[in-house]
Design a protein around this ligand. Structure first.
Ligand code: SAM
Length: 300
């Protein structure tokens, strides 16, 4: 979808372990350049160690939230680019880190911040939000049907023993809402609660909206925007954004002529979207919920 050519400028806004970055740099040999962003300082350090020697100054790294894309990219020399990739959510490295609380099964202190220097850890939200706020959080970001029961149990239990670890939170959800989300038998009952907390802690949906808008401004005509999302909340934002940019005009249908003057800026490349094949999911089960949408910048 990105088709990175030699000499091209690409942005990987979600560097993670650098898997995509590495493939993009290989494909744009000998002189394509890539700007890799990640909010997580550990991701930047890992990729620096793994890829710097091989790619030298073709690889530019910045530890930053992608909500700052509009300023960070031009400052790094990527003012007009050929491709922009978002592979949303958390990485396998983060899931495996035992001291961050991302994984239900890996456990650890409930922090969940991509950038541990910003915002508040998940445990603090569980210790301070009231029942209504926790219920809203689990509903909004986890679409969790048992949100009220779980919120009440957290607040009732925390005076005696506040929840500090991923194991404690997973145990509580299993006790009060053991059924888990309907129709998804293989996932852990606490999956949606963990997703909701992570999204809230990192303000993920707000960051995505800001970054998508910046991404279109950075693309040169013919350049590609590619987004991989992993749940319906992310995908809805991406889908609506791409459709609005494909339409251009934002005038209400009741108006006989366009008065906003906005022209379409994107052409959709994937209609409607792509998912992984059965063979890919068998080889990499984490691809099962991935949904890819791609669009191309028009000259407007
Ligand atoms: C699914 S992983 C990317 C994996 C990567 N494509 C690879 O090949 O290894 C998502 C990464 O994006 C980062 N991330 C998520 N939201 C972010 C944001 N708003 N700003 C910067 N980085 C973010 C996470 O820290 C994580 O490392």
């Amino acid at each position: 979808m990105l088709a990175p050519a030699p000499g091209s400028l690409q942005v990987d806004a979600t560097l993670g372990g650098g898997g995509h970055a590495e493939r993009i740099l290989d494909a744009s040999t000998p002189d394509g350049r890539l700007l890799g962003l990640d909010a997580d300082p550990r991701a930047i350090a890992r990729v620096e160690l793994r890829l710097r020697a091989r790619f030298g100054d073709r690889l530019v790294l910045r530890q930053v939230n992608f909500r700052q894309l509009a300023t960070v990219a031009p400052e790094a020399g990527f003012g007009l680019v050929d491709g922009l990739l978002f592979d949303l959510g958390l990485s396998s490295d983060q899931l495996a880190d035992h001291d961050r609380g991302f994984g239900i099964r890996t456990g650890g202190p409930l922090d969940m911040r991509f950038d541990p220097s910003q915002g508040v850890p998940a445990a603090e939200l569980l210790a301070t939000l009231d029942v209504l706020e926790l219920t809203a959080l689990f509903r909004r970001y986890g679409e969790e049907p048992q949100a009220v029961r779980i919120a009440r149990a957290i607040v009732a239990g925390r005076a005696a023993a506040p929840i500090q670890t991923a194991e404690e939170l997973a145990g509580l959800v299993v006790r009060v809402a053991p059924g888990g989300p309907p129709g998804r038998r293989r996932i852990h009952p606490a999956t949606r609660v963990f997703q909701a907390l992570r999204i809230a802690v990192n303000a993920e949906l707000d960051a995505l909206e800001a970054a998508l808008a910046a991404a279109v401004d950075l693309l040169r005509p013919g350049g590609r925007l590619v987004v991989l999302s992993y749940h319906s909340l992310e995908d809805r934002i991406v889908k609506r954004f791409l459709q609005a940019e494909r339409r251009g005009c934002v005038c209400p249908p009741s108006l006989p002529i366009c008065v906003c003057g906005r022209a379409p800026r994107l052409r959709l490349v994937t209609r409607p979207s792509l998912t992984a094949s059965a063979a890919e999911i068998a080889a990499n089960p984490r691809a099962r919920s991935a949904r890819l949408r791609a669009a191309e910048r028009l000259a407007a």
